[in-house]
Design a protein around this ligand. Sequence first.
Ligand code: HEM
Length: 453
Amino acid sequence: MPRTQFAAAPPTGSELSRVSGPATNSLAQLIRQRRDPVAAARADEATYGAVYALNMFGSQWIIAAGLDAAQEILMSKGRVFANGPAWRPLNGPFFDRGLLMLDFDEHRAHRSIMQQAFGRTALTSYLTSLHTIVERHIGEMSEGSVADGNPVLMHRRFEQLTMDVALEVFMGARLPREEAARISKAIVSTLQAAGAMVRVAIPGNRWWRGLRGRRTLEAFLTDRVAAAREGQGSDLLSMLCHATDEDGARFTDRDVVDHMIFLLVAAHDTTTGTLTNMVYNMAKYPDWQKRARARSLEMPLELGYDELAALTELDWVLKETTRLCTPIQIEPRVAVADTEVCGYFIPKGSMVVVPTLANHHRPEIWSCPEEFDPERFGDERAEHRQHRMAWAPFGGGPHKCIGQHFAGLEIKMVLHQLLRGFEWEVPQDYIMPLDMNATPMPKDSLPVTLRRR
Ligand code: HEM
C-alpha cells in the first residue's frame, strides 16, 4: 500500500520520527475499520509503526498504538493533550460543559467537586433505590415473553432499566408515565444526535431532535435544581447541588444542569451495552453462567457495597466483556502544543487517538487475546496487571471515568438478581450482530430464552 508522509515534519535537527500512514481515502478507511477494527489496527501498526496517521473525513488522525503511548497521552503530564477540542467535533454541541469536555485547571476544579457525588458514602446511599428499580424490572421479566416461552429482547429490557436509573437515582424523580416518557425521549434524542451523519439541524432530523432534546432536559433540570438545593435528597442531582470541594467551592445552577446532561448520556449506552454483552457471553459460555450463579446463590438478594465487590466471577466476566467489546473504543485528544509520543513528532493541533479496543487485544499482554477467558483476571494469572493501561475500558489519567464504580455496582446488582431468578440461553450457532457505529449495540436487541429457576 502506498505510504503518505504526515503533513508536518519534525523541526530541523530533531531526532523525532515523522508520522506516516496509508494513502487510503476516508471511505475505504472507514470500511476497513468497521469490518474488523482490531485487525485493521494491527496491520497498520505493523506497516507504519506504533504511531501512524489515517485520513478521516478531511482531517488526519494520529493513532498512537500500544500501552506506553496510551499512558503518555491519557496522563497528559505536560498538559498538552486536551479533551474539549477532540470530543466536540465527534459529539457535537450536545454535551457542552460536561466534565469530559473541560480541560486542565477548570476540569480539575469541577472534578474535585463532582467527586463527592461518586465517593463511597454517596455510592452507598444510591444502593437502596438502585435495588428497588432492579427488583422491579427483574420481577417484570417473569411476565410477558417469559411466561409465554418467547425470546426476551434483553437489550431493550436493559434500556428501560437504565432509563429508570437515570430518572430515579440520578434525578430523584418518580414521574407520571407520560412525563417519564417525554424525558426518556429527550435523553435518547440527545444521545443519538451525537452520532448523526448529517450534522446540521433540518426539522425532524437527528441533529434537530438532539438540540430539541437538550433544550427539554435543560428546562426540566433547571426546574428541579431549586428544589434539590432546598431538600436533602440522596439522588445524584441533589448530591451535585450540595457538593463542595475542600475549599468550599460549589457548582452554579448552570454547572449542575450541564453536568447532569452529560452524566445522563455517559451512563446510558455504556451500561446498557455492557449488561447486554455480559448476558450474551454467559449464554455462549454457560459454565460461566453457572459459576457466577453459584456465587450469587451463596449471597442474599439485597447486597451492600462490599458484597457486590465480592461477586468475583461476575467481576471477571465484567472485566473480560469490557476488554473484548470495549464500550468506548477510542479516546481522542488534541495536542495544544508541539510535542512527541514514543519518539514521534506530534505538531500542535493534531488529533491524537488512543485505540483502546485494539490495545485490549495485544498478544504481548493477553494470552489468546480473541478468546473469552475471564479467569485471566484472577490473582494467579492477573494478565491485566502487566501494565497500567493493559485493561482500560474506563480510560485513565485525569479524565478516567468518574462513574466506574457506580457502573460496576449497577451492573453487578442487575446480573446478581438475574442469575438468581433465571437461567438463559441462545441457539448454539447464534452470533450477536453488533452495530459498531458508536457504543457497540446488538442489531437484534439480543433475543434470549429466559427460564425461571
Ligand atoms: C460500563 C460503563 C462505562 C464505561 C465503559 C465508561 C467509559 C468511560 C471512559 C472510557 C471515559 C473516559 C473518556 C476519555 O478519557 O476520553 C469515561 C469518562 C466519563 N464517564 Fe464513564 N463509562 C461508563 C459508565 C459511566 C457512568 C455510569 C457514569 C456516571 C454515572 C459515567 C460518567 C463519566 C464521566 C462524567 C466521564 C468524564 C470524566 C472526566 O472527564 O473527568 N460513566 N467513561
